[in-house]
Ligand binder design. Structure first.
Ligand SMILES: [Zn+2]
Length: 778
């Protein structure tokens, strides 16, 4: 097969290591943006170690554009070829991949690191796809990434502002402006003053639609831009502000009073009417209200970011520190302790996995190289997939996962100490990071504290509302996070980091490896790399497989959901898929994997049922290797139980007749009967050894059992044992069915002769089977 040809060529030129690394690179971290097949032109973004890398292959111009470190640093072709490029080859149609790989030395390798028009184009295409699918937030995110050199990106800036304004996405709108001003894009924004005005007007008319937290975020962005903007247009909104100040809606009141106080000097220049617009009693009332709210939120255990935003805005309102500082400091301390607890839980889970799956505690020889450490993992451990899982979760990366940052060693110190026997006392930087996060206290990791993170085998059923269509919902497999984010110990990796929304009632019940139905579009984006999604419900394997086969999108983790898609798209045949699922090396630590396989096979059988002709055509091309698969496909495996026949020969003979699949099955069964009857007719010595009557019990071929038994008895009784001197020669009788059986019972192995004692035993066993021995004296 050409598949192995490509593999062979890659391994021969670049080594096994790189090949397998590329093969194992997670499919989810690859985003194919556009693809044209002949000649190949493909744009791809890889998400690797929290960074984006672009890859464009242009077969016609013989050009490969890429920007990952190994591609940038090295000059020789062999070194420039990285796992990203190889992964792409492995995803392509095999003959196309071979064409390109064989020609690789004739390709031009290009990479522009800054101001790249091509990267910008990639992001713009992605953004358009998102907008088309009503995923505006991701769309905006990609648009902002597309702005690589602002002087050439006026149209993108305009598109961003226009789209976010029209869709009422004011968090995104004002955050973008704030970042833009920080990046000195002020001059480019001038042209869009009308859009900014329009957005501001729309915002003050929709303040009550935001959560208070989001309002705080918008205000924070506004604070970052207000000094740089001309707000003279606010003159026409004085009445509106006055109305808001007296409103009973907290959002409106807060926004109006805060905004005026914050921009007091600018506003009174616009109009003196702003001077006494806030009555003292309204201000005092708000101060009291907001301070109480702050204290309540502490008791509600609210996200710390919200309180930090509030605190920043307290100064403007004139709320003094001593009214809340002590409580807030205690709370920060408490949150810090909680974060530690989340880490300790993660460590306990990893330790549990260590115990459960025989990870050896080893010395790996930590060596410092600039600001990272390099180790040699113990070879036995490297063969254990659980070990790889664990070390990746504490921050090992790079070739052979041999590199780790000092800070990761420090933060993960307590589990690192469980995994490795090395002496860390000579590495002060690790202790520096450890103390920064953990203080001086030492913690003992107990494996049993991790049990609560083991996913239970509970059957969830997919009874989410009908209106959650494939357009709105996707499946996410949660994974243990490398570092907990905002209290979440799990995340899903895709082109960004996704964590579950804290407001979900399931938040504290989600475990690594859980499959869940989630709302597709992100709830919000933080720092442009962290998304939160709304979890609807957990999913059973059965439902997940069904949904994926119905076209639902998913973020894959350790359960190979993408194989479902590949089977349906006929990129891979069901038998190969079955093999891959069954031989998954990670299966030992993936919870309830056997159950997953069971459901996956049900899906395969259904697919085979529906697509018999397609599969039959595939199989006909290579009978020898696919005998088992053909028998499974024809649903014959059980019917042929207990018979060790040369099926490939029989199938080949039948296949020559060029039949459809249904008549093929009949013809094949006929051919098998013919073969058996022939064997029985000729009844050569020992020929019936190929039948196991016990196993044949429930098959249609059991009808031959009488005949088989008769042949067996006859051949035994007609085959002599020769006696000479005091030795009994079994060489002929051992060829018969029963002769072999008795010899086996006696454990004779290759032994051909017996003494009298042995013979007597042989005779006794034969008698038990009602068989006479034909003894001939020589
Ligand atoms: Zn690369």
């Amino acid at each position: 097969m050409s598949d192995s040809k490509l593999k062979e060529l890659i391994i021969r030129r670049l080594g096994r290591d790189l090949y397998y690394k590329a093969k194992d690179f997670p499919n989810n971290n690859i985003n194919i943006i556009t693809k044209q097949n002949d000649p190949l032109f493909i744009r791809v973004i890889f998400f690797d170690n929290e960074r984006d890398f672009h890859l464009i292959v242009d077969e016609e111009r013989k050009e490969i554009f890429h920007d990952c470190p190994s591609f940038l640093i090295y000059s020789s072709v062999d070194k420039k070829i990285c796992i990203h490029f190889l992964k792409l080859l492995l995803l392509l149609n095999e003959s196309k991949a071979l064409d390109i790989f064989k020609e690789i030395d004739n390709y031009e390798f290009t990479s522009e690191d800054f101001g790249s028009q091509r990267k910008s184009t990639n992001f713009q295409i992605l953004a358009n796809v998102c907008f088309k699918n009503d995923n505006d937030i991701d769309g905006l995110n990609y648009l902002s990434k597309a702005i690589i050199d602002q002087s050439q990106c006026a149209s993108i800036i305009q598109k961003y502002l226009k789209n976010s304004m029209e869709k009422n996405l004011f968090i995104e709108f004002f955050e973008f402006l704030q970042e833009g001003y920080q990046n000195q894009w002020g001059t480019y924004f001038k042209k869009y003053n009308h859009l900014i005005k329009q957005a501001f007007q729309k915002l003050i008319n929709s303040l009550d639609k935001y959560s208070f937290y989001n309002l705080l975020r918008i205000i924070n962005s506004l604070d970052g831009i207000i000094n740089k903007k001309d707000f003279s247009f606010l003159l026409q909104h004085i009445d509106k502000f006055e109305e808001m100040i007296h409103s009973s809606d907290l959002n409106k009141k807060y926004f109006a009073i805060y905004f005026i106080k914050k921009n007091y000097n600018t506003l009174i220049e616009i109009s003196t009417q702003f001077k006494n617009i806030i009555p003292k009693n309204q201000l005092n009332y708000l101060k009291k209200l907001i301070l109480n709210y702050f204290i309540e939120e502490i008791e509600n255990f609210i996200v710390i970011d919200k309180l930090i935003l509030m605190e920043n805005q307290f100064k403007v309102l004139g709320i003094s520190e001593n009214q809340y500082k002590d409580k807030f400091e205690d709370y920060k301390q408490e949150i810090n302790e909680l974060e530690k607890k989340v880490y300790l839980k993660k460590f306990a889970f990893l330790k549990l996995l260590m115990h459960k799956y025989n990870v050896k505690i080893t010395k790996v020889d930590f060596r410092k190289k600039r600001n990272v450490y390099v180790v040699n993992h113990e070879p036995e451990n490297l063969k254990n997939p659980t070990y790889i899982y664990i070390i990746k979760k504490i921050g090992f990366y790079g070739i052979n996962n041999s590199t780790i940052k000092s800070s990761d060693l420090g933060i993960n110190y307590f589990i690192v100490k469980e995994l490795f026997l090395d002496d860390f006392s000579k590495f002060p930087d690790i202790f520096y990071y450890k103390t920064q996060f953990w203080g001086d206290q030492d913690y003992q990791i107990k494996a049993r504290d991790g049990i609560s993170l083991l996913s239970k085998s509970k059957e969830y059923s997919y009874n989410i509302d009908k209106h959650y269509t494939n357009e709105r919902v996707m499946i996410i497999e949660w994974d243990l996070a490398k570092k907990p984010i905002k209290g979440s110990i799990i995340n899903a990796y895709s082109s960004q980091i996704i964590i579950p929304d804290q407001n979900s009632p399931l938040f504290h019940d989600l475990k690594p490896f859980d499959l869940c139905y989630c709302i597709k579009s992100p709830v919000k984006i933080e720092a442009n790399i962290i998304k939160t999604v709304n979890v609807i419900t957990k999913s059973s394997f059965k439902d997940a497989i069904k949904s994926v086969s119905n076209g639902m999108e998913f973020i894959e983790g350790y359960y190979p959901l993408s194989l479902i898609k590949s089977v349906i798209n006929k990129e891979i045949n069901p038998f190969k898929a079955n093999k891959l699922v069954t031989n998954n090396p990670n299966r030992r630590f993936i919870p309830h994997y056997t159950k997953f396989i069971k459901e996956f096979r049900k899906f395969l059988f259904k697919f085979i049922e529906e697509e018999k002709d397609y599969i039959f055509d595939k199989l006909k091309q290579n009978v020898k290797d696919r005998v088992d698969q053909i028998l499974i496909l024809l649903n014959l495996s059980n019917k042929l139980n207990g018979m060790n026949l040369p099926y490939s020969q029989i199938i080949e003979k039948t296949i020559e007749q060029n039949l459809t699949i249904t008549s093929f099955k009949d013809a094949l069964i006929k051919e098998i009967h013919k073969y058996i009857q022939n064997i029985l007719r000729e009844s050569e010595i020992g020929a019936t050894k190929i039948f196991n009557l016990k196993k044949m019990k429930n098959t249609p071929f059991i009808k031959y059992s009488d005949k088989i038994l008769r042949i067996r008895k006859l051949e035994f009784q007609n085959t002599p044992i020769f006696k000479s001197n005091n030795y009994y020669d079994l060489s002929e009788i051992k060829e018969t069915y029963y002769g072999a059986k008795i010899a086996n019972l006696m454990g004779l192995g290759k032994k051909q002769t017996l003494s009298l004692k042995g013979y007597n035993k042989f005779n006794e066993l034969a008698k038990r089977l009602n068989l006479e021995i034909k003894l001939i004296q020589k």
